[in-house]
Design a binder for this molecule. Structure first.
Ligand SMILES: [Zn+2]
Length: 315
């Protein structure tokens, strides 16, 4: 990483005077996927990140920029420990819902602890049969399908929530359904809470830890903000997401035109913003059911923006 510091110090900041610099720290992603969240290797990687960020701050300070700089540290996902793998495609083939592993009638797109399915011709009959099959399985978690109607939380298939509700609907690229697995808050071998299951190919082992889950251990990720414009030492419990980082940066740069962005300005984190404990938001839970299958989702709404907290299957 020393070269990155040199590039930053000698070229980027003095020469270009950039408004925003992105420093991508790839670890502890691989160590946590491969060796486990909270593993000694992952903790060592986080300590290295800490030193790396310290070097960046020293560099900024050495350039006399501290009084005009804000720093965000964010991760793109949390982590939870896989306790098993589920060969969903194999299960669908076995149930007669997909012709073969390489058939295009049902195309899977896995993100580990969640699986998106694209169904040929958006065949509603097949989508409903797959939903009912997954709901009948012990490994079946919460499912999402196209909304039953405009703006509704319920999916078109009984016992599902809408893809729109979790911001996963897209007329061109969106899946026809999304499925997740049951999760727990049990700790792993390193004492870090959160277990789940992951989608795997036949006979393959899942990664040790993974993303994609709808558990709070995974939906909640890292977001730290530090600098001249932020409150000091404050813990903000107001719903927020990575989607809010860009609007906040634009606001800090004095750019008022933020039309078309989904996120909001994290005003409660700003030094001159409202007290975070006095920001109003609503947290609601919704339930869906189909026969004996029941599932819950918790969503928080602030300033018209929807934040998905977690969803789980009721047993
Ligand atoms: Zn990752």
């Amino acid at each position: 990483m020393a070269w990155a510091q040199r590039v930053l110090r000698e070229y980027v900041l003095p020469e270009l005077g950039p408004a925003v610099v992105i420093d991508w720290l790839t670890e502890p992603d691989h160590s946590q996927h491969g060796l486990g969240v909270g593993s000694p290797a992952a903790r060592a990687a986080i300590r290295r990140d800490d030193r790396e960020i310290a070097r960046v701050l020293q560099t900024i300070d050495g350039l006399g920029l501290t009084a005009s700089t804000d720093v965000f540290v964010v991760s793109d996902h949390g982590f939870s420990t896989n306790t098993a793998g589920v060969d969903v495609v194999g299960e669908l083939i076995g149930a007669g819902l997909k012709a073969a592993r390489d058939s295009d009638d049902v195309v899977p797109a896995s993100s580990g602890q969640a699986l998106a399915l694209h169904v040929k011709d958006h065949d509603g009959e097949r989508i409903a049969r797959i939903v009912r099959f997954v709901q009948s399985r012990e490994w079946g978690g919460v499912l999402f399908t196209a909304a039953a109607g405009p703006g509704t939380a319920h999916g078109g298939v009984a016992g599902t929530f809408s893809l729109e509700l979790i911001h996963a609907a897209n007329p061109e690229r969106g899946p026809d359904m999304l499925l997740t697995f049951p999760w727990t808050s049990r700790p792993n071998a390193f004492g870090v809470p959160g277990t789940d299951r992951a989608c795997v190919a036949s006979g393959a082992a899942p990664l040790i830890s993974d993303h994609g889950s709808m558990s709070p251990w995974n939906v909640r990720n890292t977001c730290l903000a530090w600098g001249v414009d932020f409150k000091r030492g404050a813990t903000v419990r107001v719903p927020a997401g990575n989607v809010d980082v860009t609007p906040t940066i634009l606001a800090l740069l004095g750019i008022a035109d933020r039309d078309g962005l989904d996120g909001r300005v994290l005003a409660e984190a700003l030094a001159d913003g409202p007290d975070p404990e006095q920001v109003t938001f609503d947290t609601v839970t919704r339930t869906v059911e189909a026969g004996t299958y029941r599932a819950v989702i918790q969503v928080s709404v602030l300033d018209g923006r929807r934040y998905v907290d977690k969803s789980w299957r009721l047993r």
